[in-house]
Design a protein. Structure first.
Lengths: 162, 157
C-alpha cells in the first residue's frame, strides 16, 4: 500500500500500523502520508524516556479511505529538543497540539510561530510534564507550611512518595 | 464598634437575600455535577428564591465549585470583585477546602479562602443537592438571627 514506509519495518496490529522513523525524515513522511489519504491528525503525543535521554513523539493519523490508523513515532534528543513543525501540513489542528506540548514538555517546534502558554500562566519552573520536574517539592514549597499543624503530613516523605 | 443604625442598615441589605438569592455560578470543575439536579425540576431551587443570573453585577451569591487552577482563580477573584454588597461566597466540594484529590497538583490552588472571603463551605465530593439547600438554609438562619439581635438591642435601649 505505501512504499515509502516499507523500509522502516511497519508493524500491523488490527487496523493500526506502527512505524519508527528517524526524526530528520519525519516531516517528509508525514507530508507523503497526508497526500496518499491519511488526512486526519488525531493527536500528537510525547513520552519522556528519561533513562534513554530521549523524547518519543508520536503522530496518530487516520485515513477514511483505507479505514486505517497509522502511528508515526520518532525519537529526539531530550536536552536539545527541537523538531520541525507539522502545522504547515495540518494547520490549526497540529498547531494547538504543538502549543500544548511545548508548554508541558518544553519541546521546540521550529517554524510554529504561536507557542504561547496555554494553561500555565506565570510559570517560571521547568516544564511540568518532564520526568525530572519534582512536583512534590514544588507543591511543598509553594502551597504548604511545615509549621502548620494541619499541613505537617504533606512534608512526611512516606505520604508523598512517588 | 458599629452603631445600631449602621448594623440595621447592613441587616436590611442582607434581608434581601432571604427573599431571593441571586446566584452567579462559576462552574469550571466537577463540583457542579450535583448542581444540575438542583437547578432542574426534581429539586427546583427556585422555590427557595435561588435564581441563576447571567452577570456577577446582579448576583448576591457566588457559587464556586471544585478546584480552581492558578489561571482560573484570577478570573474568579475578578468576578467576586464585580459583585455588589452584600455578597456571599459559597464554596462547594472538598477541593475548595484542601485541594481534594488535587492536593499535590502543581497547578491548582489548595484553599479558596486564601484568595477571597468564603462565607460558607459545603463539603462533599461533590456535595449532594440536600447539602446545598442546607447551606442556603444556614444563610437564611444567619440573617434571621442578625435581625433578632438588632431588635433585642433596640428594646434594651
Amino acid at each position: 500500500m505505501i512504499e515509502e514506509i516499507e523500509k522502516y519495518n511497519p508493524r500491523e496490529e488490527g487496523s493500526t500500523i506502527w512505524i519508527n522513523i528517524p526524526s530528520n525524515k519525519l516531516h517528509e513522511i508525514l507530508k507523503k502520508l497526508k497526500e496518499i489519504g491519511f488526512e486526519h491528525l488525531s493527536m500528537i503525543n510525547i513520552t519522556d524516556w528519561i533513562d534513554k535521554d530521549v523524547f518519543e513523539i508520536g503522530y496518530f493519523l487516520w485515513s477514511s479511505k483505507y479505514k486505517k490508523n497509522i502511528v508515526v513515532k520518532t525519537e529526539i534528543d531530550r536536552e536539545n529538543a527541537k523538531i520541525k513543525t507539522s502545522s504547515d501540513i495540518w494547520n490549526e489542528s497540529a498547531a494547538i497540539h504543538e502549543r500544548e506540548l511545548h508548554e508541558l514538555f518544553g519541546v521546540e517546534f521550529e517554524k510554529n510561530n504561536d507557542l504561547a502558554p496555554l494553561f500555565l500562566e506565570d510559570w517560571k519552573e521547568k516544564p511540568p510534564f518532564r520526568k525530572d520536574f519534582d512536583w512534590h517539592e514544588y507543591v511543598r514549597k509553594n502551597y504548604y507550611d511545615n509549621n502548620n499543624e494541619r499541613e505537617k503530613a504533606y512534608f512526611d516523605k512516606n505520604v508523598t512518595k512517588n | 464598634m458599629e452603631s445600631i443604625q449602621e448594623k440595621e442598615k447592613h441587616v436590611k441589605a442582607m434581608e434581601r437575600l432571604v427573599r431571593a438569592i441571586w446566584v452567579f455560578n462559576w462552574f469550571n470543575s466537577c463540583g457542579c455535577t450535583e448542581l444540575l439536579p438542583v437547578i432542574s425540576s426534581r429539586f427546583d431551587m427556585e422555590r427557595f428564591g435561588l435564581i441563576p443570573v447571567g452577570t456577577p453585577r446582579h448576583a448576591d451569591c457566588l457559587i464556586i465549585t471544585g478546584y480552581q487552577t492558578k489561571k482560573s482563580i484570577k478570573r474568579a477573584v475578578k468576578i467576586y470583585e464585580q459583585m455588589p454588597e452584600p455578597k456571599a461566597v459559597m464554596a462547594l466540594g472538598s477541593c475548595t477546602m484542601t485541594g481534594g484529590m488535587y492536593w499535590d497538583s502543581y497547578n491548582t490552588i489548595k484553599r479558596l479562602s486564601d484568595y477571597m472571603p468564603v462565607t460558607i463551605y459545603v463539603p462533599g465530593c461533590p456535595p449532594r443537592p440536600e447539602a446545598i439547600f442546607h447551606a442556603v438554609g444556614m444563610i437564611f438562619e444567619h440573617v434571621k438571627k442578625a435581625r433578632e439581635e438588632i431588635e433585642r438591642a433596640k428594646r434594651r435601649k
